[in-house]
Design a protein around this ligand. Structure first.
Ligand code: AMP
Length: 939
């Protein structure tokens, strides 16, 4: 160490000034990133001992002491000569001991006993060997300062310390947390692990509860296996510890004041969790195995996708449990759970401790599926945070038939993805259920304290094949030879308790017999089960409504003006960007009646009315605050200090909440999140907006598996609104089509609404209708792009005030119906192209009808409009999309039903095409002109 540096350091008198913690902080910062500290400090820290070039965290107190001593000694000592420490050993060895501690904190998990089958080949980690640190058993009796090692004593003999490190970091728990940069979090975890050597005393009651849980887990699978041999149940066997783990987690959460726990899991072990944790009646499950089903549900779903809700008694009061329904797409339920939790948290004043999300993953899926990364990325963002999720991996080391890690992932652990948000990861051997319970409590406390995600990697195995019809020996012979001989977790733990004298052998057998008897009886087997009282939403007002039931939503022009005033007002000090300012000036003119309303104004007025009625609004999407096409500007950015202001939050005292978030750049997880939110909160207008409609492609799983079919499969209503900009404006294949045909193809059983509003008044009343009507169905909207500024796409305040969304709009020009020879039906932007061309042509023999709602098809309203043209035989469906896309094939049967009997229906539009649109504007223009001409030309 250079003397001048040392002198500079000491002269700075940080130590002398009692500011020793400052040095520690600097040192911490240096360890994370050497460039983050000043050059002089870097030189000081660089001079500290290293191992293999790797800078390991040394004990800070001792480093401080060392600096102090060096500073007070002569130049020789400062140059690095060994000096005595408080324990009387050389500094050199002392530092090595501290490095040994650090090595265990960093890499102890690599030597931990995590695999119940003992098949893992663990690499030798030299950092964990004494010799690597120039220490040996000869030093075992020497007492060293252990610095921040949180064992409760400042000094320990090396022998004691080495034993303690191995117990803490290399037994049944492998803790990975040193990737966390926040010192407080790291210290907190160290304190929790090291103070009890990762092995706390467990009460007799807890031990018995663990055994009961394992007995239930095992008993349930054996019972199903015997009663329904060969039937698919995706047995939990091998991962039995999940049952006492979940019950422990819920109990601890309840003790800490949690009121709701929302769980998402794939199919493995689900039946077991349903019966043994949520308290589903076994007889109901057995009925399902026998083929009986709930007649009230539409299509229903297989039993291992079913959700369930109940309450669970804990010493802190009842906790409401909700296991989310989910399809086979393994990890997609996780953002759904997060969205549901977000809605519940908002109802509970955003107190994260009140609602706990728990997601249960498979080892191959958590590493393999991209939506997991999306949810980690969302986990700490403004619009999507849920105060941290406890994520449990049922790591049975096999993904379907793929067990070799070189085939399933490129990371050491399946959980490495969690490091992207610096979540702590606790790997635990599932055959040690006490260790499992210990890390479960630790994870829960961490989540509640730091409001961050935390992962438990429950390392287990899968006793049978992927399902019960599968033969695992065919693909995993060695593993399954081992599994065959491996005792079940219940047996291992019962033997342990017998050896400890906690129970007698016959007690364990009796426990199993009692459990089987309870299953025979068919009643609930969860002692803590309670009937539901803790959930906070009553869905009954929203059940059983038809889409076309009448509703009252008229609004006076005066009220519109009053709302308009509010949403165009903002503090004078809030300086708007010039284009935004112009837009707001225009809006003021619209309210004054000097201008017709454009799309943005009508849409914003709808939001104002909704919050004024007391309903909340949540909108997320790509550029939602501003609007992709610069039309919304619901969030105003002050040009002087970048602060934001939302006029919609200032409509009236006590109004409904409104939140508009620019979302993370994901479609799949965000859509799934919003689905989860909307299925948990019926009173809020929940909207997801795509930047361009085709971006919804990235969320196809959510449309297919949840939004279109969730009600039919699971009876879960959802009022989510999806705004998908759509329209052929020459922008090429990617940004023209929101793939209307895909949404129409999924229409059946009145599962959702597909609308294409064409005027500001229509968007105003469509959005309001979605909240005012008690029906809760998803609303898919082909929303506009160029129509946002189209001179004909305007409305007056009077147009808005009738309050009605017109599912069909008849001819608006004064044509004499009797002279009409052709009727063109269409939806969306092409209407204006047709209208303008017809006016240009001065044609009076072609009427144009707009279908503003394509599904559910408005037969009655259509019939009323069509009645004016009952004499017309020539009917045309005109669309911008290629023939194989858009509404032509998907909705044609409705059009045929709508037109007069005996009339013919022809198509005017682009030819069928593999691509949604051409890439050249000139070709686009030609096509557009031709299809309009085609529609208007009577042959
Ligand atoms: P949860 O809080 O999700 O456990 O829901 C409690 C109860 O509310 C459920 O058992 C259902 O009866 C009802 N419920 C919850 N969500 C919905 C929904 N999206 N649609 C209809 N009913 C629901």
């Amino acid at each position: 160490m250079q003397e001048s540096v040392m002198k500079a350091w000491w002269d700075s008198s940080h130590m002398a000034g009692g500011n020793a913690a400052y040095v520690e902080e600097l040192y911490e910062a240096y360890l994370e990133n050497p460039q983050s500290v000043a050059e002089t400090w870097r030189q000081v820290f660089d001079s500290l001992p290293k191992v293999d070039g790797v800078e390991l965290e040394s004990n800070h107190t001792s480093i401080r002491d060392q600096f102090r001593k060096l500073a007070s000694l002569g130049p020789m000592a400062r140059m690095g000569a060994p000096v005595a420490t408080t324990t009387g050993v050389s500094d050199d060895k002392q530092v090595k001991v501290l490095q040994l501690i650090n090595a265990y904190r960093f890499r102890g998990h690599q030597h931990a006993n995590l695999d119940p089958l003992g098949l893992w080949k663990q690499e030798r980690v030299r950092d964990l060997e004494l010799s690597h640190h120039s220490l040996s058993e000869q030093d075992f009796d020497t007492v060293f300062n252990v610095g921040s090692y949180a064992i409760g004593q400042e000094t320990m003999s090396l022998g004691e310390l080495f034993k303690s490190l191995n117990r803490t970091y290399c037994e049944s728990i492998g803790a990975e947390y040193m990737h966390i940069t926040d010192t407080e979090q790291k210290r907190w975890i160290q304190q929790r692990l090291e103070s009890v050597q990762a092995d706390p005393t467990i009460s007799r009651e807890d031990k018995l509860n663990i055994l009961k849980g394992l007995t239930a887990a095992d008993g349930m699978e054996k019972y199903l296996g015997a009663k329904f041999p060969g039937a698919k149940r995706f047995s939990l066997e091998g991962g039995d510890a999940l049952i006492p783990m979940l019950k422990g987690l819920i109990t601890e959460a309840g003790k800490g004041g949690t009121k709701e726990v929302v769980i998402g899991m794939a199919h493995r072990g689900r039946l077991n969790v349903l019966v043994n944790v949520l308290g589903k009646n076994p007889s109901v499950l057995f009925d399902e195995f026998s083929g009986k089903h709930d007649e009230s549900l539409g299509s229903g779903d297989v039993k291992y996708h079913a959700g369930f809700s109940s309450d669970f008694a804990t010493p802190g009061g009842n906790v409401h449990l909700a296991l989310a329904f989910n399809p086979s797409h393994l990890e997609i339920v996780n953002p759904v759970v997060m969205g549901s939790v977000r809605a519940r948290l908002e109802r509970r004043n955003n107190d994260a401790n009140m609602v706990l999300p728990v997601t249960i993953h498979g080892d191959s899926a958590i590493a393999g599926q991209g939506v997991v990364q999306e949810t980690f990325n969302m986990s700490e963002t403004r619009g999507f945070a849920v105060g941290g999720t406890v994520r449990i991996v049922i790591n049975n080391q096999v993904g379907f038939t793929t067990s070799k890690t070189e085939d399933t992932r490129s990371t050491q652990y399946c959980t490495d993805i969690a490091k992207m948000v610096q979540a702590p990861i606790f790997h635990v051997n599932s055959d040690d259920p006490e260790a499992v319970l210990f890390v479960t409590k630790l994870a829960l406390d961490y989540r509640n304290k730091f409001k961050k995600d935390v992962v438990i990697d429950l390392v287990c195995y899968r006793r049978h094949g992927h399902n019960e019809a599968d033969e695992p020996n065919a693909t995993q012979p060695l593993m399954y030879q081992k599994i065959k001989k491996h005792p079940v977790p219940r047996q291992i733990y019962a033997d342990q308790l017998v050896a400890e004298g906690v129970i007698e052998a016959r007690d364990s057998e009796k426990m199993l017999d009692d459990y089987r008897a309870a299953l025979d009886h068919g009643a609930c087997v969860v002692e803590e089960w309670r009937p539901m009282t803790e959930h906070s939403v009553d869905w009954s007002p929203f059940l059983g409504h038809d889409w076309d039931a009448p509703y009252d939503s008229a609004i006076s022009v005066e009220k519109l003006k009053e709302l308009g005033e509010k949403i165009t007002s903002y503090p004078e000090s809030h300086k708007l960007q010039s284009r935004v300012n112009k837009l707001y000036q225009d809006r003021k003119a619209m309210i004054a009646g000097d201008k017709l309303l454009d799309w943005g104004m009508a849409e914003t007025l709808a939001y104002a009315d909704i919050v004024d009625r007391g309903n909340a609004i949540r909108m997320t999407g790509q550029d939602s605050g501003r609007g992709t096409f610069f039309h919304r500007h619901a969030v105003l950015h002050n040009q002087t200090d970048a602060s934001t202001y939302m006029p919609l939050k200032h409509v009236r005292e006590g109004q409904g909440d409104i939140d508009i978030y620019d979302s993370v750049l994901s479609e799949e997880a965000v859509m799934a999140f919003e689905y989860g939110y909307a299925t948990a909160e019926p009173t809020c207008l929940t909207i997801w907006e795509a930047q361009f409609g085709d971006f919804a492609n990235g969320a196809q799983v959510v449309f297919d598996q949840f939004l279109s079919s969730g009600e039919a499969k699971w009876g879960r209503l959802c009022g989510l609104t999806v705004l998908l900009p759509h329209g052929y404006e020459g922008q090429g294949p990617e940004h023209s089509s929101a793939r209307l045909e895909r949404f129409l193809q999924l229409c059946a059983d009145h599962n959702w609404q597909v609308c294409i509003p064409s005027t500001p008044a229509q968007v105003f009343n469509m959005l309001r209708r979605q909240v005012i009507r008690p029906m809760r169905k998803p609303l898919i909207v082909m929303s506009p792009k160029s129509l946002l500024r189209h001179p004909l796409a305007t409305s007056s305040l009077e147009d808005l005030s009738d309050g009605v969304f017109h599912n069909v709009i008849g001819e608006i020009d004064e044509l004499d119906p009797k002279k009409v020879k052709r009727v063109v039906m269409c939806s969306g932007k092409v209407y204006y192209d047709l209208l303008e061309q017809r006016r240009k042509n001065e044609q009076t023999d072609v009427a144009i009808i707009r279908l503003e709602q394509l599904y559910p098809f408005p037969q009655e309203e259509c019939a009323q409009v069509v009645a004016n043209y009952s004499h017309v035989k020539d009917w045309v469906w005109c669309q911008e999309e290629p023939q194989n896309q858009g509404a032509w094939y998907s909705s044609q049967h409705h059009f045929w039903q709508a037109i007069p009997e005996g009339a013919k229906l022809t198509y005017a539009g682009r030819q069928a095409s593999a691509s949604p649109a051409v890439g050249y504007v000139s070709v686009h223009n030609q096509q557009q002109k031709a299809l309009v001409e085609d529609a208007l030309t009577i042959k």
